[in-house]
Design a protein around this ligand. Structure first.
Ligand code: GTP
Ligand code: MG
Length: 298
C-alpha cells in the first residue's frame, strides 16, 4: 500500500523576534520572508511552500503578536487572528534563551480560540542556548497547554531538528492533493519581495522607533532594452523629516549603503543586473492613519 499524500496550511505564532520568519525560510529552503533582530519585522502573511514525496506544507509567516500601540499594530494582530482561523497546524514558538513571560502565556491561551488546528510547541534558537535552558524551556512550554501534538526544540540557524518538525507537521495535515504546483516557493509578487528586501536593508543599523516607521513601496520594475539590466525604482517611506535625514545619512552615504545591500538580493531574484533608484519620502504618522495604511496595503 502506498502512503497517502497530505497537504495543508501551517503557521507559527509567538511574540515578535522569536524566530518565526527565520524558521519559515529554513523550512522552505529559500529566503521568502525578511528577518531582523528588531521586533515586528514581518508585516504581511507570506506563504512559503515546502514539498516532500509524502505531502505539501503551505507555511504562512505572520507578524508577531504584541500589545498594539498604533493602528498598524492592531491591523497586524487582526491579520494573525485571521490566519490562525484558517490553518490546519499552529506552531507556537518560544526562544530557548528567554524565560516564558506573560506575553507567551497569553498567546498560548488564545489558541483555545482555534479548536480546529492541531498545535505544536516549538522551542527556537537552541544553537545559542545552554542545555539546561533548553530543558527548562521544554518543561515550561509543555505545561502551557494539554493539547500539544508535539513539543520540539530546534534551531533554524543550524537546521537542527527541522526534519522532525516537518515530519510532524505533515503527519498532522489532512489527506489531499498538492495545493501549489511543484517548484513554486511562494505566491508573493516580485514587487512585494523587492520591497521587503529593501526594507530589510533599511532596518539594518537603525534604532528605537525608526524600524517601525519604515515602509517601502516599489514604484517601477522595467527591463532595459538591449541590455542585461533592470531598472527598479522604489520609495522608502518614513514618518518624520528627522527620520528622513537619518535614512539618507551624511551626503547620502547611508541610503547608498542600503541600496548596495538590497541590490544583491534583488539581482539574485530577477536574474539580471539591477539599477536601483531609492527615493525617501515622508508620510506623517502613517502607522496611525487609516488612509495611508490603506494605500500601503494594510
Ligand atoms: N542563533 C539563532 N538566531 C535565530 C534563530 N532564528 C532566528 N534567529 C534570530 O532572531 C532574530 C529574529 O528572527 P525573525 O525570524 O526575524 O523573528 P520573527 O519571529 O519572525 O520576528 P517578527 O517578524 O518581528 O515577529 C533574528 O536576528 C534572527 O537572526 C536561530 O535558530 N538561532
Ligand atoms: Mg517575522
Amino acid at each position: 500500500m502506498t502512503e497517502s499524500f497530505r497537504s495543508g496550511f501551517a503557521t507559527f505564532v509567538g511574540r515578535p523576534n522569536v524566530g518565526k520568519s527565520t524558521l519559515t525560510n529554513a523550512l522552505v529552503g529559500e529566503k521568502i520572508a525578511i528577518t531582523s533582530e528588531k521586533p515586528q519585522t514581518t508585516r504581511r502573511a507570506i506563504r512559503g511552500i515546502l514539498n516532500r514525496p509524502t505531502g505539501q506544507l503551505v507555511i504562512v509567516d505572520t507578524p508577531g503578536i504584541h500589545k498594539p500601540r498604533t493602528l498598524l499594530g492592531e491591523r497586524l494582530n487582526d491579520l494573525v487572528e485571521q490566519v490562525l482561523g484558517d490553518v490546519d497546524v499552529i506552531g507556537f514558538c518560544v526562544p530557548a534563551t528567554e524565560k516564558i513571560g506573560p506575553g507567551d502565556r497569553r498567546i498560548a491561551a488564545s489558541l483555545d480560540g482555534y479548536p480546529r488546528a492541531k498545535k505544536i510547541a516549538i522551542v527556537t534558537k537552541t544553537d545559542v542556548a545552554e542545555r539546561d535552558q533548553i530543558t527548562e524551556r521544554l518543561i515550561e512550554v509543555d505545561a502551557l497547554r494539554e493539547d500539544w501534538a508535539a513539543v520540539i526544540p530546534l534551531s533554524a540557524l543550524t537546521r537542527d531538528q527541522l526534519d522532525i518538525l516537518t515530519d510532524e507537521m505533515l503527519a498532522l495535515m489532512p489527506e489531499g492533493p498538492a495545493l501549489y504546483p511543484d517548484g513554486v516557493v511562494t505566491d508573493e509578487s516580485v514587487e512585494d519581495r523587492i520591497a521587503e528586501m529593501i526594507r530589510e536593508a533599511a532596518l539594518d543599523g537603525v534604532r528605537d522607533e525608526l524600524p517601525h516607521s519604515i515602509a517601502v513601496v516599489v514604484d517601477d520594475v522595467a527591463p532595459r532594452e538591449d541590455s542585461d539590466l533592470t531598472d527598479v525604482h522604489a520609495s522608502i517611506i518614513v514618518e518624520r523629516d528627522s527620520q528622513k535625514a537619518i535614512i539618507i545619512g551624511r551626503k547620502g552615504s547611508r541610503l547608498a549603503d542600503v541600496g548596495k545591500r538590497a541590490r544583491v538580493g534583488i539581482e539574485e531574484l530577477l536574474g539580471t543586473r539591477v539599477f536601483l533608484g531609492l527615493h525617501v519620502k515622508v508620510a506623517k504618522e502613517w502607522q496611525r492613519d487609516p488612509k495611508q495604511l490603506g494605500r500601503l496595503g494594510f
